[in-house]
Design a protein around this ligand. Structure first.
Ligand SMILES: Cc1cc2nc3c(=O)[nH]c(=O)nc-3n(C[C@H](O)[C@H](O)[C@H](O)COP(=O)(O)OP(=O)(O)OC[C@H]3O[C@@H](n4cnc5c(N)ncnc54)[C@H](O)[C@@H]3O)c2cc1C
Length: 331
């Protein structure tokens, strides 16, 4: 592991040929040509310089959160992976100074940096008796990834509590972008169509007694535990839900008897149709092939075309099992 110091005054970690399996919750993924994790206050400046330099050299830059929604190809990622997870922390003062809701003492706001772990952010907010983020308790990932995905659970999306987002835009400028409800949808955020870095975001909070907040957080964490979210490496739900299907996607996969279906080390969880697990030695290719097989079987049996929620990232070009469906990721 190499510590680097640059002329833009930041410290961090930089590694060549870094296996991405160590940076994804699925525990799969080949090497990134360059993986860099800036530390300290210089993150935004460093990210701007890195992206600018890389662009002028024609080198792609992939922005990495906690890797909780990714299937990274076995061939890895070409170019540079900018890991955001050391850019973390919650700033309550900034929230209060924003005068959110006309100074109503029962309401406040917090600015959370994008690399902050979702559960860490929820806990930090709860410790100050502020409610609003409890629904996210126990969800893996970073706040930046959750915003990019417009993560959703327990009938709420992260955009429901979002006031504004600070981004590093396409030209390398830091800007605050207000949350416009119409730009967000089910697992859809405006960031998905842009080549920018989410730096931080301001969230609306409301006062709640500590006991109530804790109870909701515990209930959600226990529910995830009971649903087997943490039993094996995975990326949570593999496919999106769709109201037109009339029932949750997991239920449809269950009804087709696909639980336990296996390719290599990847398996449709025996307890949940919409979770694919890495049983120990899965490759990204196994997972990708299993996603394709479940999609094919569901289409044949029900005429339904499932849409993956997980993102296939990296270099799939010479793969035997290229993903049938690939979201735009990075430049
Ligand atoms: C056990 C388990 C349960 C889960 N349950 C849920 C759930 O209930 N609801 C739900 O919605 N999801 C769930 N997920 C998926 C995952 O937790 C969320 O999608 C999470 O918010 C992803 O965040 P991340 O930091 O891991 O993003 P990554 O997987 O690292 O990245 C996702 C995307 O966001 C982009 N990105 C990340 N950070 C930034 C940034 N700072 N700036 C710009 N782009 C960025 C990446 O480039 C990528 O395109 C679950 C996952 C697991 C493993």
């Amino acid at each position: 592991m190499e510590k680097i110091n640059t002329e833009v005054g930041f410290t961090g970690l930089l590694r060549y040929d870094e296996p991405m399996a160590g940076h994804t919750t699925f525990k799969v993924g080949g090497p990134a040509d360059v993986w860099v994790r800036p530390e300290g206050e210089g993150f935004p400046e460093y990210a701007a310089v890195l992206r600018d330099t890389a662009r002028s050299e024609g080198i792609p830059v992939f922005i990495l959160g906690a890797g909780a929604n990714l299937v990274v190809s076995d061939q890895g990622i070409r170019g540079i992976v900018l890991d955001t997870t050391a850019w973390e922390g919650c700033d309550f003062a900034q929230g209060e100074h924003a005068g959110y809701d006309g100074g109503n003492p029962g309401r406040s706001a917090v600015v959370i940096r994008s690399g902050t772990g979702v559960d860490d952010a929820v806990t930090a907010v709860a410790e100050r008796n502020w409610g609003g983020l409890e629904f996210l308790a126990g969800m893996p990932g970073s706040m930046g990834g959750a915003l990019w995905m417009n993560a959703r659970c327990y009938e709420k999306s992260i955009s429901d509590v979002l006031i504004e987002t600070e981004i590093l835009d396409e030209s390398g400028n830091r800007r605050w972008v207000p949350c416009k409800t119409e730009d967000y949808g089910y697992k859809k955020s405006p960031f998905q169509a842009r080549d920018m870095v989410i730096l931080s975001a301001r969230f609306a909070l409301e006062y709640r007694p500590q006991g109530e907040i804790r109870q909701d957080m515990d209930t959600n964490r226990q529910d995830r535990e009971a649903k087997g979210h943490y039993r094996f490496p995975s990326a949570g739900s593999v496919f999106k839900n769709n109201r037109q299907f009339g029932k949750p996607t997991g239920k449809i996969i269950d009804e087709l008897g696909l639980r336990g279906l296996r390719i290599g080390g990847a398996e449709v969880a025996s307890w949940h149709g919409n979770i694919i697990i890495n049983t120990g030695n899965a490759t990204a290719g196994d997972i990708c092939a299993l996603v394709a097989l479940v999609t094919e079987k569901t289409k044949a049996a029900r005429g339904i075309i499932l849409e993956p929620e997980v993102l296939f990232a990296g270099d799939w070009q010479n793969s035997n099992t290229p993903p049938a469906y690939q979201r735009h990721l990075g430049p």
